[in-house]
Ligand binder design. Structure first.
Ligand code: AMP
Length: 469
């Protein structure tokens, strides 16, 4: 039996194909039938263009329902989808093209759809085994070369089925989709949950305050990055009444501040469900649908996911094994071997701990660990202290080169105040070696498209604070 992911997803499209799939903000709808038709035509077009099984189809395209059809058509044709962030510059794209050698590179999915209309839709999809490659996702890679995580049909199917189940999706759901579709969050997590339910999506090109506020009234589930939630909270019009139609607000891709979780609950009476994932295995842990969602914890490993702390100590690098964990990095067998243990666990590079109940708590990326005077300093511990202090909205703690300590702890905070006084307040709660030696006040922190604070940029900006180190 074929395990082509496309067969699994399309097998769950509603029997009545006239039902809506994409609901754009300006009214109108694209039905499941129209969507399926374009997928078939794209699939025929790919074949006509010489794309064969296993070929890569790269897409650096604006968000559109046609781009989603191109993704599924690529799977249907047995080829490998390679989404690229629209923010990448030509020289960055050049690297991906040389590395992945796609046989087709699409820049405009809407124009390609116009071309596809002339082709008779392909009916059958190309049979694929669970282990066959479905997608390559280049990780944002803040250090070194960007790596292409290879995800199979089976990896994606396992994760999609688990999420659909644990988040209680039904055909009555309507998903508010305002995420980009070049990243696993918008492309896999969100879309697959909707398709497995045969549910429609309120389909927004991006997050805009007005469209999201209006979209809430038509939706039942919202998926977002933490900045979506802080942006909603910044609007006085976002009230409990506005949030009422939504049965589930889900957050991930970056840490959700405890203050955001608390403010959201106070405003709406609803507790955001935080989950944790990465390109290399899509979703790894989730807070429960039924049961306590705890601020600061990313919840429990998904069914089928084995999770352990590598060092065997209380806090250390999170290691995972399970059906959704990728098979390796594209054409990097050595890097792949370095990142897997002998018994097949992937070393995520995230540092965290698991409490006796099984809940997982993340303290940051291993590469963000600061070693100051020989002591390990976990930035998250200091950020949690800072975030509670008056005048601080959010903080990012980094290590900077320092002649005596190797690295010195410094903090960049959104807010205003007196640096010396804030340092003194930290010192009341933290050992001297953990207390920031400098605190910089800023209006905002640099973030990537998924809302992740780019600590590498902060380290560059403040590199010479303590001399040349
Ligand atoms: P990406 O591969 O771009 O999706 O990035 C994955 C990384 O995002 C993970 O390895 C984590 O460092 C981070 N991440 C994702 N979700 C969370 C979360 N809920 N809390 C903290 N970090 C997260």
């Amino acid at each position: 039996m074929s395990e082509n992911l496309y067969d699994l997803l399309s097998g769950r499209f509603p029997a009545d194909r006239s039902k809506p799939c994409f609901l754009p903000p300006d009214g109108g709808a694209v039905s499941y039938g129209e969507f399926e038709d374009l997928i078939g035509r794209f699939s025929a077009l790919l074949t006509a263009k010489g794309v064969v099984v296993g070929d890569r189809v790269a897409a650096q395209v604006e968000k559109s329902w046609q781009a989603v059809a191109l993704y599924l058509a690529t799977l249907k044709a047995g080829a490998v989808f390679l989404p690229l962030n629209t923010a990448y510059t030509p020289s960055e794209v050049d690297y991906f093209i040389k590395d992945a050698e796609p046989s087709l590179f699409v820049r405009d999915a809407v124009a390609l759809a116009a071309e596809a209309v002339g082709h008779e839709p392909t009916r059958e999809s190309v049979p694929r085994a669970a282990g066959d490659l479905a997608c390559i996702i280049y990780t944002s890679g803040t250090t070194g070369r960007s790596k292409g995580a290879m995800l199979s049909h089976g990896n994606l199917a396992a994760n999609a089925l688990a999420l659909h189940e644990i988040w209680g999706f039904t055909p009555n759901d309507v998903l508010l989709h305002a995420l980009p579709i070049f990243h696993v969050h918008g492309l896999f997590v969100a879309l697959h949950c909707a398709f497995l339910s045969g549910a429609p999506m309120v389909w927004l090109a991006r997050f805009t305050d007005a469209e999201v506020l209006a979209g809430l009234a038509r939706s039942t589930v919202m998926m977002g990055v933490p900045t979506f939630y802080t942006r909603l909270l910044a609007q006085p019009e976002f009230t409990a009444e506005r949030a009422a139609p939504i049965r589930l607000f889900i957050s991930g891709s970056a840490p959700l501040l405890e203050s955001t979780f608390a403010e959201f609950e106070a405003r709406t009476g609803k507790r955001i469900l935080e989950r944790y994932g990465m390109s290399e295995s899509v979703i790894i842990t989730s807070n429960p649908l039924d049961g306590d969602r705890i601020a600061g914890s990313v919840g429990f490993p998904l069914p089928g996911v084995e999770l352990r702390i590598g060092s065997g100590e209380e806090t250390g690098v999170i290691e995972i094994r399970g059906p959704s964990v990728f098979s390796g990095y594209w054409q990097m067998p050595e890097k792949t071997a370095e990142d897997f243990t002998a018994d097949g666990f992937f070393m995520t590079g995230d540092v965290g701990r698991q409490d006796p109940d099984g809940r997982v708590w993340i303290s940051g990326r291993a590469k963000d660990l600061i070693i100051s005077g020989g002591y390990n300093v976990y930035p998250k511990e200091i950020e949690l202290v800072l975030d509670e202090l008056p005048g601080v909205t959010e903080s990012a703690v980094i290590g900077l080169p320092h002649a005596d300590f190797g690295e010195a702890v410094a903090a960049v905070v959104i807010g205003e105040g007196d640096e010396a006084a804030l340092i003194a307040r930290c010192r009341e709660q933290l050992a001297a070696f953990k207390t920031p030696k400098r605190i910089f006040f800023v209006e905002d922190l640099p973030r990537n498209a998924m809302g992740k604070v780019q600590k590498n940029l902060l380290r560059q900006t403040y590199a010479e604070t303590f001399g040349k180190g």
